[in-house]
Design a protein around this ligand. Structure first.
Ligand SMILES: Nc1nc2c(c(=O)[nH]1)N[C@H]1C(S)=C(S)[C@@H](COP(=O)(O)OP(=O)(O)OC[C@H]3O[C@@H](n4cnc5c(=O)[nH]c(N)nc54)[C@H](O)[C@@H]3O)O[C@H]1N2
Ligand SMILES: Nc1nc2c(c(=O)[nH]1)N[C@H]1C(S)=C(S)[C@@H](COP(=O)(O)OP(=O)(O)OC[C@H]3O[C@@H](n4cnc5c(=O)[nH]c(N)nc54)[C@H](O)[C@@H]3O)O[C@H]1N2
Ligand code: SF4
Ligand SMILES: [Mo]
Length: 901
C-alpha cells in the first residue's frame, strides 16, 4: 500500500464527466470533475437511474484512490534473477505472443487459459473471449464471477432457460415486502439498501433478512431469520409447500407458463414436509417460520433478493431454484414491485455473463450446442472454435497445478487471494511455463507469484467502455484522466497480441466503440427473439452515439431502442416451449460437516468500506478508518469455550491453511460459526489471507465453491505486547510480529502485536530513523515504549508499544500525525497520550463521509440524542451517503441498553 502520488500529466480540467462507479453491481452513476492535476472531484450523477445522485462511502471516496504511487506504469518482464526489467510494449507483446504460440504448438490450444474478472469492461471481456474461444481455439476462459454469480447463472438457466434477471430497481420502491437472502445489503449494496429503506419509511414496506449472522442489514429489518448455514433451500421448499397448501399459487400462470410444478412440489414436500421440520432444520422457531410464510404468502408485491449467502454454496444453484420456484408458483414475476432479484457483486459481473466470459458459455448468452458453436463461428469468421465447455475456476487452477495448463493470462483479478485454498493457488501459479498478468498495481499477492510478464492496464478513470449492473442496465464508464506512463486499455493489449498471433483482421478495432458495436451485432445475429440477450439496436452505433449512450436496460433489439425493462410477466421464457421449468432439489446439506478437529464453520465476507483485496479502497485513509484490522467475529459463548477474549488474537485453521486474526466478540454470530473478512492479503497483513483457509468444494451445476462454511478450528494466540506505528512509507516490525497496514492521512499506519519488548523496538526505530529528531519515553520494566520522530519540526514517525491490553490512543496520535502544524512544542504531551488540541479521542470512524468517530456518537446519545436523525443534526454523521445509519442506530440501541442496565 502506498500513498497517493500525483499524476505528472495534466488533463482537461473542470468538466464533469458522466461515468459509473467501479465498485459494486448497483452501478451508480458518477460525475467526475478532473482538476487538471490528476485528481478529481466525485459526486453522484442525479440523472443516473441506478442511484439518482446518491453514492455510498466507497463511491464518495473514489477521489482518494486516483494516485499513481501503487500503479504499474510500464510493461515489465521477469529476468533470470527473479527481478523485473522494464521493456517496451513491442518487446513485451512480441514475447507474449511468441510464448503463447510456442505452447499452443507444443501442447495444443487447451494448454492455454485466460482467467478474467467482473471488473473488466464489456469490450475487454468480449475481445478476450473471442480470441481464446474462436481463434486460439481453447475453451478455457473463466472469470472470478465463478466465485460470485455463477450459481445464479446456473439457476436462471436451469429454471428460466436463460440467464435473465427479470426485475428492475424501481421494483424496490413499490414492493410491499422485500426479502434479502444471504445479502448484507447495507454494506455491500448500500445505495439500494437506502432505497428500500426509503420505501419502508414512506410506504411501510416490510423487510425480512435471512442470514445466519445478524448484520448491519438486520438493523433495517422487520424480521430477521438467523437460519442455520446452508439451510435456505429447506426454508424456500417449505414456502412452496405452504403456498400450495393454502391455495396461494397462481393456477393460470402455472398452467400457461411453467412445467415441472407437480414434481417440484412433491420434491419440496419431501425436503420440507411441515413447519416443524423446517423449523428444526433451519434452527428457527416454528412461529418465526410460520410468520415468514404467512407474510410472503399474503404479499403479492414481494421482491426476493439474494447475494453470496445463496451463491457461494455447494448447493447454490438449488438455493436459487428454490427461490425462483416460489415466484413462479405465484406468478409474482416481472411485474412492478415483485420478482426474484439477484444482486450482482462486481460492476460488470453482468457484462461478463453477456459476452460469454464463463467457461460454460460461448458468447452473447449462447452455450455450446452445435448450432450455437456454428453460428458464432460464422459470425466471427473464426478459424478454430472451441468445441465444448472449458474448465471452471477451481478446476482451472487444479489443471495449472497439474501442469495440464501451461500458459495462463490473469486479468483484473487477484486469484492468489480470492480463490479457495489460496496458498495452493499461489504455489500453482509459480509452476506455469508462461504466466501473464494485466494489472493496475505493481504489487499484490498474485504478482508475488512472479508472472513472466506484468502488463500495465488502464484503471478506472482512464478506461473507456461499458458495464452492466444488476438490473441489466448498460452504462458507459468514461475516461476522465489521461493514460499515465505506458498504461494501455486491456482490450488494446489483447488485440495487439491477437495481431501478433496472425489474427489482425479480426481484431482491428479502432476503439472500444467498434468492439461494442460488434458485440451488439452478435447478440442480434440470427436471434429473432429466440435469445434473451439482444442489443441489436446498438449494432450500428457510431462513436458519437456510443460516447453519448444513456444508461439503458437490455433487451434493446433493433427497432426498439428504448428497451423493455421487465420480462416474464406473461411467460415467454427462453426455453424450447417458452415455459419455465421447475426442477427437483437435492437434500439440502453443507459440503462438509464440522468435526471434533474442526468444530467451527468459517463464514467469510465483506466489510462496509473495503473492496476485495484492497488494491484501491486500501489507498483511502477515510475508508481505512472504519474497520482498521482483520478480525474474526466470534459468539461470546464460543469465546468462553475456546478461551478467546475480545481484542485478543486467534488462530483459525483447517486442512488448507491457517490465519491469525484479532478477536471481536459478536452475539450476532451464531454459536458454532465464525465470520472473517476477505479483504486482507499478504500485502496488508502478516497472517490474514482468509482464502488460504477456505475449502474448494463446488456446486455440481455452477462450479461455485462453498466459501461461507469451511469447518475449522480456533485457538487463542497470545502476544506480550501490542502497539502501533505511524510512518510516511512503512516500518519493518520485528520478525514474528502480527501486523495490519492501513492508509492514514499523511502516510501509513501499522497496528501490531508482538513478543518483542521495548528494547528491541527502540533498536528497530533507531536503525530506521536514527537518533536525530527522536523523542522517547521508555519503561523497560513496565514494557512500554513511545517515541516520536521529527524532521524539520514535523512528525514523520511515531511508535507506541504497551503490554497487551493497554494500548493507548491510536486515533489521537493518528490525528496528530496528519496535522503537521501542531508539533514540536507539545510532543511530550503527545507521548503522554494527550491530544494536542484538547479534543477527545475520536475513536474509530463510523461516518466515513464526515469523519465522525464512535466516541462523539456515543457522547451524543449519552447527552440525550434519541435517533439517528438527531445525531445527523448534531454531528452531520449519516447525512450524506447513509451507509453508516445502521451502525448509528445500533450504537443508539447499545446506549439505551446501557442506561437501562
Ligand atoms: N463493501 C463492499 N461491498 C461490496 C464488495 C466489497 O468487497 N465490499 N464486493 C461486491 C461483490 S463482488 C459482491 S459478490 C457482493 C457480495 O455481497 P453480499 O453477498 O451481501 O456480501 P457477503 O458479505 O459476501 O455475504 C453476505 C452474507 O451471506 C451470509 N451467509 C453465509 N452463509 C449463508 C447461508 O448459508 N445462508 C444465508 N442466507 N446467508 C449466508 C453471510 O453471513 C453474509 O452476511 O458485494 C459487492 N459489494
Ligand atoms: N473466502 C472468500 N473468497 C472470496 C469471496 C468470499 O466471499 N469469500 N468472494 C468472491 C467474490 S464474490 C469475488 S467477486 C472475488 C473478488 O476477488 P478479486 O477479483 O481477486 O479481488 P480484487 O481485489 O477486486 O482484484 C482485482 C485486481 O484487478 C486489478 N484491476 C482492477 N481493475 C482493473 C482493470 O481494469 N484492468 C486490470 N488489468 N486490472 C484491474 C486490481 O488492481 C486488483 O489487483 O473474491 C471471491 N473470493
Ligand atoms: S452502492 Fe456504492 S460501491 Fe456500489 S456502485 Fe453505488 S457508490 Fe459504488
Ligand atoms: Mo463478487
Amino acid at each position: 500500500m502506498s500513498i497517493a502520488a500525483p499524476r505528472p500529466e495534466a488533463g482537461p480540467a473542470d468538466r464533469a464527466v458522466r461515468t459509473a462507479c467501479p465498485y459494486c453491481g448497483v452501478g451508480c452513476g458518477v460525475l467526475a470533475t478532473p482538476d487538471g492535476r490528476g485528481e478529481a472531484t466525485i459526486a453522484g450523477d442525479p440523472a443516473h437511474p441506478a442511484n439518482l445522485g446518491r453514492l455510498c462511502s466507497k463511491g464518495a471516496a473514489l477521489g482518494e484512490t486516483l494516485g499513481l504511487g501503487s500503479r504499474v506504469l510500464h510493461p515489465l518482464r521477469r529476468n533470470a534473477a527473479g527481478g523485473y526489467d522494464r521493456v517496451g510494449w513491442d518487446d513485451a507483446l512480441d514475447a507474449v505472443a511468441d510464448g503463447l504460440r510456442a505452447i499452443i504448438e507444443r501442447d495444443g490450444p487447451e494448454a492455454v487459459a485466460f482467467y478474467l474478472s467482473g471488473q473488466l469492461l464489456t469490450e475487454d471481456y468480449y475481445v478476450a473471449n473471442k480470441l481464446m474461444k474462436g481463434f486460439i481455439g481453447s475453451p478455457h476462459v473463466d472469470t472470478n464471477s465463478r466465485l460470485c454469480m455463477s450459481s445464479t447463472v446456473a439457476g436462471h438457466r436451469r429454471v428460466f432457460g436463460s440467464d435473465t434477471v427479470p426485475g428492475r430497481y424501481e421494483d424496490l420502491d413499490v414492493a410491499d415486502l422485500i426479502v434479502l437472502v444471504g445479502s448484507n445489503t447495507a454494506w455491500c449494496h448500500p445505495v439500494l439498501f437506502q432505497r428500500l429503506q426509503r420505501n419502508r419509511a414512506a410506504r411501510g414496506a416490510r423487510v425480512v433478512v435471512i442470514d445466519p449472522r445478524v448484520t448491519a442489514t438486520a438493523d433495517g429489518a422487520d424480521m430477521v431469520l438467523a437460519i442455520k448455514p446452508g439451510s435456505d433451500a429447506v426454508l424456500f421448499a417449505g414456502l412452496l409447500v405452504h403456498l400450495a397448501a393454502n391455495g396461494l399459487t397462481d393456477a393460470h400462470y402455472l398452467a400457461d407458463h411453467v412445467s415441472g410444478y407437480e414434481a417440484a412440489l412433491e420434491n419440496a414436500r419431501q425436503i420440507a414436509p411441515n413447519i416443524a421440520s423446517v423449523a428444526s432444520r433451519t434452527g428457527l422457531t416454528p412461529a418465526v417460520v410460520a410468520g415468514f410464510y404467512e407474510l410472503w404468502g399474503a404479499t403479492p408485491a414481494v421482491v426476493t433478493a439474494w447475494s453470496q449467502g445463496v451463491n457461494q454454496s455447494a448447493q447454490g444453484t438449488d438455493k436459487v431454484a428454490a427461490i425462483l420456484h416460489c415466484h413462479l408458483a405465484t406468478g409474482r414475476i416481472g411485474q412492478p414491485g415483485c420478482g426474484p432479484f439477484s444482486l450482482t457483486g462486481q460492476p460488470n459481473a453482468m457484462g461478463g455473463r453477456e459476452v460469454g466470459g464463463l467457461a460454460n458459455m460461448l458468447a452473447a448468452h449462447m452455450g455450446y450446442a452445435p448450432a450455437e458453436i456454428d453460428r458464432v463461428r460464422r459470425f466471427w469468421n473464426a478459424p478454430r472454435m472451441a468445441q465444448a465447455e472449458g474448465l471452471k475456476a477451481v478446476a482451472m487452477m487444479e489443471a495449472v497445478e497439474a501442469r495440464r495448463i501451461r500458459a495462463l493470462w490473469v486479468m483484473a483479478t487477484n486469484p492468489a487471494v480470492s480463490l479457495p485454498r489460496a496458498d495452493r493457488v499461489r504455489a500453482a501459479l509459480g509452476r506455469l511455463d508462461l504466466f501473464i498478468v494485466s494489472e493496475n498495481v505493481l504489487s499484490n499477492d498474485t504478482l508475488s507469484a512472479k508472472p513472466h510478464f506484468i502488463l500495465p492496464a488502464a484503471a478506472w478513470g482512464e478506461k473507456d467502455g461499458t458495464v452492466t449492473n444488476s438490473e441489466r442496465r448498460i452504462s458507459r464508464q468514461r475516461a476522465f484522466l489521461p493514460l499515465p506512463g505506458e498504461v494501455r486499455p486491456d482490450w488494446w493489449i489483447l488485440c495487439e497480441v491477437a495481431r501478433r498471433l496472425g489474427f489482425g483482421d479480426a481484431f482491428a478495432y479502432a476503439g472500444s466503440n467498434d468492439i461494442y458495436a460488434e458485440h451488439a451485432a452478435l447478440s442480434a445475429f440470427e436471434n429473432d427473439g429466440s435469445r434473451d440477450f439482444d442489443i441489436g439496436a446498438h449494432a450500428g452505433l457510431s462513436k458519437r452515439d456510443y460516447d453519448a449512450l444513456e444508461p439503458v436496460q437490455w433487451p434493446v433489439p433493433a427497432g426498439r431502442p428504448l428497451g423493455t425493462s421487465r420480462l416474464f410477466a406473461q411467460g415467454g421464457f427462453f426455453t424450447a416451449d417458452g415455459r419455465a421449468r421447475m426442477v427437483p432439489l437435492a437434500v439440502p446439506a453443507l459440503a462438509n460437516a464440522t468435526s471434533d478437529a474442526f468444530p467451527m464453520l468459517l463464514n467469510t465476507g465483506r466489510v462496509r468500506d473495503h473492496w476485495h483485496t484492497m488494491t484501491r479502497s486500501g489507498l483511502s485513509p477515510r475508508l481505512s478508518a472504519h474497520i482498521a484490522e482483520p478480525t474474526v467475529q466470534v459468539n461470546p459463548a464460543d469465546a468462553a469455550r475456546f478461551g478467546l477474549s475480545d481484542g485478543g488474537f486467534a488462530c483459525i485453521g483447517n486442512a488448507f491453511g491457517t490465519v491469525v486474526l484479532k478477536v471481536a466478540l459478536d452475539p450476532g454470530v451464531q454459536p458454532g460459526s465464525l465470520f472473517a473478512p476477505i479483504h486482507w492479503s499478504a500485502e496488508t497483513a502478516s497472517q490474514a489471507r482468509i482464502g488460504a483457509a477456505v475449502q474448494a468444494d463446488c456446486d455440481p451445476f455452477s462450479g461455485q465453491p462453498e466459501m461461507k462454511a469451511t469447518p475449522s478450528s480456533i485457538a487463542p494466540v497470545a502476544y506480550a505486547s501490542q502497539g502501533f506505528v505511524l510512518s510516511r512509507d512503512g516500518f519493518a516490525l520485528p520478525e514474528g510480529s502480527w501486523w495490519a497496514k492501513l492508509a492514514v492521512a499523511g502516510g501509513q499506519g501499522q497496528l501490531f502485536a508482538t513478543d518483542s519488548g521495548p528494547a528491541e523496538l527502540m533498536g528497530a526505530i533507531r536503525s530506521a530513523f536514527g537518533e536525530d529528531g527522536l523523542t522517547e519515553m521508555v519503561d523497560l520494566d513496565g514494557g512500554t515504549y513511545r517515541c516520536a520522530v521529527l524532521r524539520e519540526g514535523r512528525l514523520v514517525a511515531a511508535l507506541f508499544l504497551a503490554p497487551f491490553g493497554r494500548l493507548p490512543l491510536w486515533d489521537t496520535v493518528k490525528r496528530a500525525f496528519a496535522d503537521h502544524a501542531a508539533l514540536p512544542d507539545n510532543r511530550l504531551a503527545l507521548l503522554a497520550g494527550r491530544s494536542l488540541d484538547g479534543a477527545a479521542d475520536p475513536g474509530p470512524t463510523v461516518c466515513a463521509c464526515f469523519g465522525v468517530g464512535l466516541s462523539a456518537i456515543r457522547a451524543a446519545f449519552a447527552g440525550g440524542a434519541t435517533s439517528p436523525e438527531e445525531i445527523g443534526q448534531q454531528l452531520k454523521a449519516g447525512t450524506n451517503c447513509g451507509s453508516c445509519l445502521p451502525e448509528i442506530r445500533r450504537i443508539g440501541a447499545q446506549a439505551r441498553a446501557t442506561v437501562a442496565a
